[in-house]
Design a binder for this molecule. Sequence first.
Ligand code: SAM
Length: 242
Amino acid sequence: MSTDPEREDNGRPLAPGLYLVATPIGNLEDITLRALRVLRSVDRIACEDTRQTQKLLNHFGIHTPTVSYHMHNEAGRAAELTAELKAGARIAVVSDAGTPGIADPGGQIAAAAIAASVPVFPVPGANAAISALIASGIAGAGEAPERFTFHGFLPAKEGQRKTALEALTRDGGTQVFYEAPHRILDTLADVAAIFGAAQHVVVARELTKLHEEFLRGPVSEVRATLAGRASVRGEIVLLFAL
Ligand code: SAM
C-alpha cells in the first residue's frame, strides 16, 4: 500500500485534470474507494452511456453531473472537454464497465489532454482481461515474467477472424481476446482448425457476476460443452497460450 503523502487525500480538493476511472465489470463491490471519491469530487463525469453510469452513481449516492462520451462523438467531445480541462476543470471518464481506454472510449481524450499539457490520472480497478488472465491457470506460478498479448475483439467477419488467428505465432505467450457470446462457437472452431483440437483454451464467462464460470481444456471439449447448451450468453474472455 502506498504511503507516499503526495498521493493521499488528506482532505484536500481534487487536483485539476483528467481522471480515467475504472468501474466494476459486474460485482459492484469492485469499485474502489478512490474511484468513489474521484467520482464524487470531479466537476463532470464523461460517460460512454450516461444512463448506464447513472445506475452506478445512484447506487453509491453520487450526484455529479454527467455528459456523454462515446465512440460516435469521441473526437468532438474530446476537444470540448479538453478546452474545459485547460481552464482548470476536473473531469472523470468512465466506460460502461471496467477500465476506460481498454476496448472502450478513453484513449482519445487522454491523448488530447496530454497534448494540451493537462495532467492525466489513472484510477485503476476492474478489467475483464486481467481478471480472466490471473485466474486462467495458463501461466503457472514462478514463470514470471509472464508474457501475454491483449487483442481486444477479434474481427467479426469469418475471413478476417481466421486471418487474425493465423497471424499469431507459436511461442507468443498467452493470447487474450474479448469475444461476443454469439460468436464464441465459431471462434473456437477456428482455433481448433488452426491450432489443433487439443489446443488448451480457457473461456472466462460472466466474471465477478453471479454466474461466473471458467471452462478450461482442449478447445474441442470446451466448444462441445458450450455447443451442448441451449444458448451461450454473457460476457466472455477467451485465452490460450501458443
Ligand atoms: N473496458 C472493459 C474492461 O476493462 O474489461 C472492456 C469493455 S469491452 C467493450 C466489453 C467486453 O469485455 C465484453 O464483450 C467481454 O468480452 C469483456 N468483458 C467485460 N466484462 C466482462 C465480464 N464480467 N466477464 C467476462 N468478460 C467481460
